[in-house]
Design a protein around this ligand. Sequence first.
Ligand SMILES: O=c1ccn([C@@H]2O[C@H](COP(=O)(O)O)[C@@H](O)[C@H]2O)c(=O)[nH]1
Length: 270
Amino acid sequence: MTTTQLVQQIKKKKSFLCIGLDVDLNKIPKHLLKEDDPIFAFNKAIIDATNHLCVAYKPNTAFYEAYGIKGWQALEKTINYLNEKHPEIFTIADAKRGDIGNTSTMYAKAFFEDLAFDSVTVAPYMGKDSVEPFLAFENKHTILLALTSNQGAFDFQTKNIEGKEVYKHVLETSKSWKNSENLMYVVGATKAEFLADIRKIIPNSFLLVPGVGAQGGNLQDVCKYGMSDTIGLLINSSRGIIYASNDTDFVEAAAKKSEELQKQMEAILS
Ligand SMILES: O=c1ccn([C@@H]2O[C@H](COP(=O)(O)O)[C@@H](O)[C@H]2O)c(=O)[nH]1
């Protein structure tokens, strides 16, 4: 999917909501555990109930890898279901990969070719030659960790090196990489006060913003400082939506939470 198509979807649905599919078998409703594939059954139910309210889904691959081959199969079924039933929806493999060049190429093939995601999250720590292999894929997007939502972001990302914080080095340097138009960035909702500075460096890039809801980030603050001329935001909520109820009404509860966020986004867009 191109960013132009993504912006069209945001305008059409009046939503820039991304729903995180972080499936934990200890948290899903007990009756689903009887299904052949409880993870996919859960995801399918959530997707069927919420797809009209969001523009993106983000399975975090850790929640699938933790269940071995069955987890990976559930991830494959989920992305195939999304691509077949909802090709208009932007898909994010939150895998936080990145390695020496030939290894990064294999990661990129895994997520862009085999699993056919639109995007993958990548750690910038190993630099240009670890990220460019992802950028080489046409109409695929590499979402680089810039300023993350966790407390540990202050350990390295905000440290001043040669007169500039590390996350600013990441933003500025990555702009010079080959096919940098395929870059998006992760900025945590808990770091809204940094967004005005971030927008000075990357005024038009899309930002994936996790951390509203369970982590305490505020949607209005993120939009006030982080919105670009073409919106440029995908606001993620995972636990706040998918575990709104752990009972038989989980689908209705997830749709209700999604609608609450979508309505706030609609108000902001208008
Ligand atoms: O800086 C980051 C980068 C990624 N994440 C991921 O986003 C979701 C957030 O889940 P919630 O339940 O809405 O808190 C999860 O997959 C994280 O691994 C992040 O939170 N912060």
